[in-house]
Each structure stands twice: as C-alpha cells, then as structure tokens.
Design a protein around this ligand. Sequence first.
Ligand code: SIN
Length: 518
Amino acid sequence: MLETGRIVIAGAGLGALYAALELAPRPVLVISPEPLGEGASSAWAQGGVAAAMAAHDTPEAHADDTLLAGAGTVDPEVAAMVTRVAREHIIDLTELGTPFDRDADGNYVMSREAAHSAARVVRVKGDQAGDQIMQTLIAAVRAAPSVQVLENTQALRLETDGEAVTGIWITRADAPSAPVLIKCPGVLLAGGGSGGLYAHTTNPPRIRGQVIGFAARAGARIADPEFVQFHPTAFDIGEDPAPLATEALRGEGAVLINADSERFMVPAHPDAELAPRDIVARAIFAETQAGRRPMLDTREALGFEVQTRFPTVAETCARAGIDPVTQPIPVAVAAHYHMGGVEADMQGRTSLANLWVCGEASSTGLHGANRLASNGLLEALVYARNAAQDIDRLALSKDAAEVRLEFPEGGQELDPAAVKALREAMTAHAGVRRTAAGLKQALAAIARLEDDQAADENFTNMCATATLIAAAALRREESRGGHFRDDFPEADPAQAHRTRITLDEALAIRAKVQEELT
Ligand code: SIN
C-alpha cells in the first residue's frame, strides 16, 4: 500500500486527459492501460464533436435534437447545460491546438450526422477528430508537470469505507501482477464504456466494461445500463474490432443498399439513411439476418473524394481490398457506445463520496435511450471540466511526490476462451434484439463464466457490467431507443424514465433467473 495526495484518474482517453489538464496545477495520477494515446475509444472517434457553432444554429436546437434522439428519457436540464457550454469547449480545444477543419473565411466546417437538424459536428481532416484531439491533449499533458501518467497499468478495484472511496487498487495491464493499493483523496473514473463485451464492436480491444464493473462492485449506483448503442455501419470485413465507416459519410449523401441494390432505408423511415441510429441499426441487422448483405454506397455521393475527405475510411477499404470509388462497402451493426454507466450528477459526482466519473463510463442523463451522434466526445469534455471544478473545491495540496510503484508477482492472465464466450453470449442474447428467454440465457451464461473464472478480478468486473446490462434489459419490458424487445416491441409511456440499479439488485435478478432455469 502507498499513499498519495494526487487525485487518481482511472483511464487515459479524452475525458481523463482533459480533466487532468483542468485540474492543473493540482497533482494527478493517470492510470493508462496502454502507452498514452493507444487503446482509448476517444482516439478512434471519426465523426467529431457536436456543437452549435454555425451562425444559423443554436444550443436550443441541439438540445431539442438530443431529446428527440434519446427517445423520451433524456434529462432536459442536462441537455440544456451540455449544449449551452459546447461552444466554449470547442474554442478551448482550438486554443490548445486542435486543427479543426476551417473554410476560407475561418469558419468551422461542420459535418451532418443522423438525427441532427443541422450540420453541427466539428471535425478534423474529415474523419480524424478523435485522433487529432487526443494528439493535442497528449502533447499538453506531457508538458504539464502536475500530471503523472502510469502507462501499462489498470485499475481493478476501489477501496471504500462503506460510503466514501478512500483508494484504488491497480495492477499491471501488460503482464500478470498482484494489485497494489493506492490511498488517495479522490478518484475520477474516465475509463470508457462496454462495447467490447460484445463479439462485434467498434471499441478498442481493452474496453470491456471494467470501469463500470468495479465501480458497481464498490456500491456505486448505475443508471440506464440496458441502453447500448449499436452503430449501423461498421465494416463487415472480419476484423475484431470492426472498423467504423463514419455516419458523416451518410451525411454527405452516401446511401445504404442491399445485395439486390435496394435502398432499404427509404421505405423504413422518412429520414432514410439519416434516421436515428437505433432505427438504422435495426434495419441493417434485419438485412444481415435475412442474408441480403447490407452495404454502404459512397460511389455517387463522394466518388474519388472519399479518398481525400475520409482518409481513415479509405485506408480501411485499402486494407480490405475494397475500392470505395467503384464498390460499395459491406457493413454490419456493432456495439459502439454505452449510454448507461455510473450514475453522475451535473458535477460528475457519483453516489459514493470522493468518486467522480466522466465520459462513456458515466450515465449523466444526456443520451437517454439513444445517443445523438457526436454527443459522446462533447459529454466527455463537459463532465471532465465539471468534475475537475468540483474536485478543485476539495482544496487539495498542490504538492505531491511522484508515485513510485513496484508490483508484486501474482495475478492471472485473462482466459481468452472465457472472454470470447462472454462476448458471444452478449451478442446472441443481449444485443440488437432481445427477448426475456434470451436475456435469461445471457444471465445464466454470465453467472457460469464468472464462477469458472472467480480468481480473475478483471473478468469479474466485465461480468458485473454484463450482468447489469442483461438484468436491466430483462426488467425493462418495452422497446425504447437502443433497447429493443421482440416480446415487448412498443414503447410504454409508463416506462419513459431512466433506470437506476445497483449491482446487488442486478445479481438478485440473476440469481432468480438461475433458480428458474434449474
Ligand atoms: C460516427 O462517426 O459515425 C460515430 C460518431 C459517434 O458515434 O458519435
């Protein structure tokens, strides 16, 4: 055990690094599972950051679109606050050096994405927003003496006194080791979502719900875990994770077709390819299930320009031997974003004292049942700053020695077969379309796998989040946004509210299911 005066930030994506800079000169310790910049979901974001920057646009219109996409469970006060401050964060990121795309007059170039009533997504080099913002933040963090980064380490468990967090257990991420307890004045969780709990995902390989899982195990209340967003257009080229074909392509006029060259979104929704993401995802899923091979066709809308305006997409096409100028791109749905997470108030405070959360690990009420495109990075920025300001009120010392760690031998390698089985169970039974029978099978499978791997705490954390998703999905007997129940296909106005659940409650649902199935 060792003790530090530093705030510990678990995670090293956009929210984590932005918060670390906001907290300067207060000393922080960033727990980064990989070398900085590698393996964070934020760096993989292609679209950009949603913000009403255009002259004709307003935060109110942005908030209205957020509410509409969220399918009845967005917190309107949260949407109003986040969209109001969006502009100042874009300006701050610009001042830090983010090379946002500008037109000849210096105005931000805005992309259009689904369910936005205006072109409202600031972008970098077409489809490289996440990577470029991260490069900017990494350079600033490297230059900030108050920020210590521990690369190749991961958080495993929170230490509490029952009500307040008093420390965090961390371990090596690149090799097995026994965990070490760091006692600290506070912890900010910023370690991403849960996409990798599914067999098909756009998330980096290490993002498998661990942060939500260990917070839930410590007793933090979880909100909306059943709401998982599936991206409609992940490349279907056999790669894991599946590369993204950004929604901005559809914003530029790319269309969805099937093997019979039918534009199946036209009869499905008045906004066709730009319908809310959950609707497009279910339509793509239906085409895949029916064996009609859905594809994204950029040929007419972009022609040769796809190469220069969407370099990341073009690079993936080249790797897969697809020429997007002459061929449509095969696509499939993939778990992309978790609307649910550790419940956070407007300051990023959780239900446990001395524990804050920002980014995809959190559930703030902004996304409701279906996140509006490019509101994810925005939420991470806003709550990283809000949480940092709240933490700042602790008036901690501005001096803290560097943390020096030696990890004892021990620990355990993740069992890849168990991880694969967990991901397959989630995709088969807690995915795009759900039923009570399937969700019960998922819960039973998670319990079995968790028992088999009881000695591996990292895996236990994944199972905690998987249990929360499946249990809350079983409890919500209706369809709303990203949560679709074949046995309850309509939205029920009486259930138009957020879910709050603890891990104990989810485990009780799981135990009841196990009893029923034996
Ligand atoms: C995309 O570029 O399609 C993804 C944007 C997002 O998930 O917000």
